[in-house]
Design a protein around this ligand. Structure first.
Ligand code: SAH
Length: 253
């Protein structure tokens, strides 16, 4: 069966995140879509398979969080301390979101896709090879264990995380991996004042600080989104992340 074509939505990209993909990036998105649909026949990768849904909830949404970095007008909150060849880790990447779209659009960054499910990592390794994404590697493991390994701890300029757990759990997974001066980006849907207070309290233990809470809406279905930009200001104490399972069972308060 022929893979359906993704919508060509250059104006929508431009009007919403002030950026649009090149012709070759659009081709890569289409290839990724095909790889995911084929992979979905063998394993449960995603329920989001219709072309418009895939475009909105996987492609557009994946790039929303890094939109301030794609803009060329340089009013970005990240300036000026992000190196050109920045190291990015996507924690709990699943079928590769938001990590793969980020890798396709930022060939000069080095992207690590981390997940604890062996089958997903095996799929991602094949997907990366097919897409010829030379800037992307996979990593199998639990964020709690990887965050304690010296080759990964405080080694990344940016850590992104989408749909993995509640905010303070996500913060405990990602902050240990981020360099001092680097950023954690939480991809969230709804966001309430209480979420801010809880997250701030967890971040005071992890060495981070919320710099920006950016509300948004998805362009087709008008779904609520919030991107939470956390700056790492001091090193994370060695007791974090706690042992495998603990952050989820006893979230930091
Ligand atoms: N980020 C993707 C997938 C979300 S599903 C998306 O937004 O589409 C959550 C994924 O996180 C699963 O693939 C699961 O295997 C992984 N995961 C959950 N807890 C984890 C942990 N502690 N360390 C690493 N990966 C984890």
């Amino acid at each position: 069966m022929e893979t359906p074509k993704l919508p060509k939505t250059l104006e929508v990209w431009q009007n919403t995140i002030n950026w649009h993909p090149s012709e070759s990036q659009q081709q890569r998105f289409q290839e990724l879509y095909e790889i995911i649909l084929i992979g979905n026949r063998q394993q449960n990768l995603t329920r989001i398979t219709a072309p418009e849904d895939f475009w909105e909830k996987h492609l557009w949404d994946s790039l929303l969080g890094i939109a301030p970095l794609l803009k060329t007008d340089s009013t970005s909150i990240f300036e000026p301390n992000l190196p050109k060849n920045a190291k990015i880790i996507d924690v709990g990447t699943g079928a590769g979101f938001p990590g793969i779209p980020i890798a396709i659009t930022n060939p000069h960054w080095n992207i690590t896709l981390l997940d604890s499910t062996r089958k997903k990592i095996a799929f991602l390794a094949r997907a990366i090879a097919k897409l010829q994404l030379q800037n992307t590697t996979t990593l199998l493991g639990r964020a709690e264990a990887i965050g304690q390994q010296s080759q990964h701890r405080e080694n990344y300029d940016i850590a992104v995380i989408r749909a993995v757990g509640q905010p303070s759990v996500c913060a405990e997974y990602i902050l240990p991996l981020v360099k001092v001066g680097g950023w954690g980006i939480l991809y969230r849907g709804q966001w309430k004042e209480d979420d801010t207070l809880n997250l701030e309290s967890a971040l005071s233990k992890l060495g981070g600080k919320i710099k920006l809470i950016q509300p948004g809406k998805t362009p087709i279905s008008q779904g609520i989104r919030h991107c939470i930009y956390i700056k790492k200001i001091i090193p994370t104490q060695s007791k974090y992340p706690r042992a495998v399972g603990i952050p989820h069972q006893q979230p930091l308060k």
